[in-house]
Design a protein around this ligand. Sequence first.
Ligand code: AMP
Ligand code: MN
Ligand code: MN
Length: 322
Amino acid sequence: MDKIYSELIQAKKIVIAGHIRPDGDCVGSCTALYQYLKLYKDEMGIQQIDVYLEPFGSELMILGGTDEIIHSYDSDEVYDLFISLDSGSIDRLGNAIKYFNSAKKRINIDHHISNNRFADVNHVVADASSTCEVLFDIMDENKITKEIAASLYVGIIHDTGVFKHSNTSEHTMMIAGKLISKGIDFSRLIDESFYSKTYVQNQILGRCLMESILVLDGKVVIASIDRRMLDFYQAAPSDTDGIIDQLRVTKGVEVAVFIYETKSHEYKVSLRSNGEINVSKIAVFFGGGGHIKAAGYTMIGTLHDVINNLLTHIDAQLIKQA
Ligand code: AMP
Ligand code: MN
Ligand code: MN
């Protein structure tokens, strides 16, 4: 922690970035830290703080500071300090890698078990529910405003599936309580950022569930969506958020798989485990990463290649378990 503060004190130009296809924890942590550091700008002699993220779903635009996030990577600005949030490896930073490479110092704050400690200062808490939880623990609680609290709370609810995933701990709930005490409208934040769906999002969810397949004795459920379908609905990748959660609650299922085509012959695979199967291990094998019960990766090939290769790995773990 001292190392983080000593880097902050020395930096005049700071850049914050999170992973590609940002989720709630990524946007929540970036906006929380952005708003927090702004409070210290004068005191610490910080001249500039920029946040870079790929575009994300409009449901997260309710968070403070989201309108100031930069989505284009044209500038060749060189920063004193790069802060990576919620990214398990450099490649997850996408186009922001160029600012990482040119920055004088780099900090990596994260909670992925697969994090490969790619920065100068690495603060990785693998048993934390979310990067927002890690951030709360290094922030001065008294300085946390209602807006910062809202960002942290949204990050936590997204990564815990509203406090239901196994990554939710007593400590997570204690933090949530402290954030609530800042006066946030938590019901609205949960509904608007997590549960609320557009009509099209619901249609895509319905189609994916209807066309899903149940394999390996009902232990694995798989749903996929190709480019044609995404184009037909004029949907963005973030419009598929939540489909995996619905698949996961299928009775008897140990692993839920959701696959979408990112570009021709390239697929993003999301994995969720209900039991003993370690999906992070599988994702890491295919060049991705994540947590024991929630992980993902990107693979090139046909949809059949993706499914065949993946099922071999799931089956191997199921056999070992039996
Ligand atoms: P997702 O299925 O995209 O919701 O991701 C589940 C978890 O795995 C999240 O914590 C992600 O950060 C992580 N993850 C997903 N895709 C990748 C990837 N390609 N590389 C590393 N980690 C990933
Ligand atoms: Mn994330
Ligand atoms: Mn996260």
